[in-house]
Design a protein around this ligand. Structure first.
Ligand code: MRU
Length: 351
């Protein structure tokens, strides 16, 4: 199965509507900034790297009909569009990185006619998509070395094709190992409340012919106790300079379980997910989402008394001391994280 989560087609952003999976594989074309921001908010497009590409292409959607030809006016429009996209979701670093890349490309060329600058912004969005495709494959290449023939990997949420342009980070590691001929068994946590694990990861792994078993989130501990998990690999939404990593709510539970059961716990993410400006996970803004996501099953059937207090953080932060390594497109970063992440921030490869 070869699919693309996000693309630029017919003057529109074409995405797979992930709210329709696994029942239907539906592509939608978005040609307005508002539509794109809504798609991000309701998770039609989601996953940190895919959000980076969506954000950059969104900048183009937002400015392309700007009627003026003056840089000062265009630059004010650009800032307003950037601010609007930045308000769609707070946690994934890639979303802000995508906006910054598009705006910087414009700024660097501000001596050119506005019509040309618009095309440069679009080209930057396309470049981000190309880069994501190759950086995920590099993550796969480095990460596959951690997997042996018959390794049993547990993962949460979706850090696969559907969270990136076309390959995946955590699942990219699995795809890469499978391509090398290794037989890999995957346990996919369902990922309450929005079920990215069962609806998306299990779907794409199954379609790719990988041996995948879906589990309820609370099954992970007993599987580990039975010795059925060799390692855990998850994605990340934002990684601080000390290695603390935000990812889907429930990820830190798994890392703590791994420490108890002496199972390696890995994060897989491109360098664009690092936030070198924040010292630790304490500075990561965690998105709080609508309570209906947990008071109902996918907004259809109510499962709690109406009016009860509800807390619905979308992400948690895994402390870096629980992380065995961070698989990036520049190699695997090992502790000591502050020193080794600092090296990466300067454009170096991992040692
Ligand atoms: O709320 P989501 O579905 O956008 O959350 C996504 C995740 O938590 C992923 O694991 C993360 O973005 C990494 S994707 C390669």
């Amino acid at each position: 199965m070869n699919i693309r989560t996000i693309d630029w087609k017919n003057n529109s952003v074409r995405i797979i509507d992930q709210t329709r999976l696994p029942q239907k594989l539906v592509y939608i074309n978005i040609n307005k900034l508002e539509g794109l921001c809504r798609a991000i908010k309701i998770l039609q497009v989601r996953g940190a790297p895919a959000l980076g590409a969506a954000a950059a292409l969104g900048v183009y959607l937002g400015v392309r009909n700007y009627p003026g030809s003056d840089w000062p006016g265009f630059s004010r429009k650009l800032s307003a569009v950037a601010k609007h996209i930045a308000e769609s979701r707070p946690t994934a670093r890639n979303l802000f990185w995508g906006i910054e890349r598009a705006c910087l490309a414009a700024l660097r060329n501000n001596q050119l006619p506005v019509a040309k600058i618009k095309q440069i912004i679009l080209a930057e969005g396309k470049k981000i998509m190309q880069e994501d495709a190759s950086s995920c494959r590099r993550i796969g290449f480095y990460g596959a070395k951690l997997l042996k023939h018959n390794s049993r990997v547990l993962t949460i949420c979706n850090a696969g094709i559907l969270a990136t342009v076309d390959y995946g980070t955590a699942l990219g590691v699995i795809y890469s190992a499978c391509t090398q001929g290794k037989k890999i068994k995957v346990f996919s946590c369902e990922t309450r409340p929005l079920l990215q694990g069962s609806r998306l990861s299990t779907w794409e792994l199954y379609k790719k012919g990988v041996d995948v078993t879906m589990i309820a989130d609370n099954t992970a501990a007993s599987l580990m106790a039975e010795g059925k998990v060799d390692l855990v690999i998850t994605g990340a939404d934002r990684i601080a300079a000390n290695g603390d990593s935000a990812n889907k709510i429930g990820t830190s539970n798994l890392a703590i379980l791994c420490q108890y059961h002496k199972i390696p716990f890995y994060i897989a993410a491109p360098v664009s997910t690092f936030d070198f400006n924040i010292k630790s996970g304490k500075d990561i803004k965690i998105e709080m989402r609508n309570s209906r996501e947990i008071t109902s099953i996918l907004f259809k059937k109510e499962i709690s008394p109406s009016g009860a207090n509800v807390l619905n953080p979308a992400f948690d932060v895994t402390a870096s001391h629980l992380i065995s390594g961070i698989i990036t497109d520049k190699g695997i970063i090992r502790p000591p994280y502050i020193k080794n992440i600092n090296r990466i921030s300067k454009g170096n490869k991992c040692v």
